[in-house]
Design a protein around this ligand. Sequence first.
Ligand SMILES: *Cc1c(COP(=O)(O)O)cnc(C)c1O
Length: 354
Amino acid sequence: MKKHNFSAGPSILPQEVLLKASEAVLNFNNDNLSLLEISHRSKPFVDVMEHARALVLELLNLEGKGYKVLFLQGGASTQFLMVALNLLEKRAGYLNTGSWSDKAIKEAKIYDDIYEVASSKNANYNYIPKGYDIPTDYDYFHCTSNNTIFGTQMKSFPKCSIPLVCDMSSDIFSRQLDFTKFDLIYAGAQKNLGPAGTTLVVVKEDILGKVSRKIPSMMDYKVQISKSSMFNTPPVFAVYVSMLTLQWLKDLGGIEAIEKVNDIKARLIYSEIDLNPLFKGYASKADRSLMNATFNLINDDLKETFDTMCREGGISGLNGHRSVGGYRASMYNALPLESVQVLVEIMSELETKA
Ligand SMILES: *Cc1c(COP(=O)(O)O)cnc(C)c1O
């Protein structure tokens, strides 16, 4: 039986997506060729790329609103510098809510001055700063919607008169938002969208072309847009599996439908964390992530028992990130409610044993 996969990334994919993906590796489109051995310029693959792009705009409700969709390589980490290269002329504002924001700031600083509008670094990022001002004369404001490592999530986004850039790697397609508020969204696929190897970028075209520096072709959003993400050979398998996952989500009822399940899963785990005296949550309650629940055992002597019970219950990928310790239950779209129920049962069983 398949394990209950709480891995933070790469992470769980829908079983039917894995099945279709494995079929395509052997025989794609009934053409008696593998998806992995055909030209990316062949019609069957161009159709995949176009369908994936269309699904992104449809699911985010961004059709006909001036946005372009790219499937790039280099992970979200490459977007840290690509954003700066393409948008940073004089100064940008960054909200520092975790290790990934911190890395984004570090990369952008290579190119120009960065202003940290607020930071929760002193509290080891266990909350989301609020009530900060964003200067109106900056090139853009950058934030991270969900902090995968620390388990915090932005519940609202600041009013922003300058372009709003957001790293949504670990919660894109998990909840309904007014995505038109954002001018550039990026997300590594391996959390909530597909396998490792591609990064989704959704960008409002009219914010581009405003910096004076020369941008290397591979790093230039305008070049990538003009070549439909095929300036060079795209990661065909990762794009295909992402397309299958997007189609799976659409067939399920889209973001509106999955958000309901995600809410139920999160409520279930957090109520166990709060009611069970053996555990305590890491993130500040108001900022808790619906995707990554971080928690610790109050008494570390129970660790071995709990870990064994989890292992025997088929739970996988529950270890916290080394910078937080404890446990992290990542509950991305593809994780069934049943997996959270199994975990919660084990947590409450530990209480009766202890
Ligand atoms: C995982 C993650 C990244 C890094 O993604 P890579 O694709 O490995 O570069 C960046 N930001 C967030 C929020 C993440 O969760």
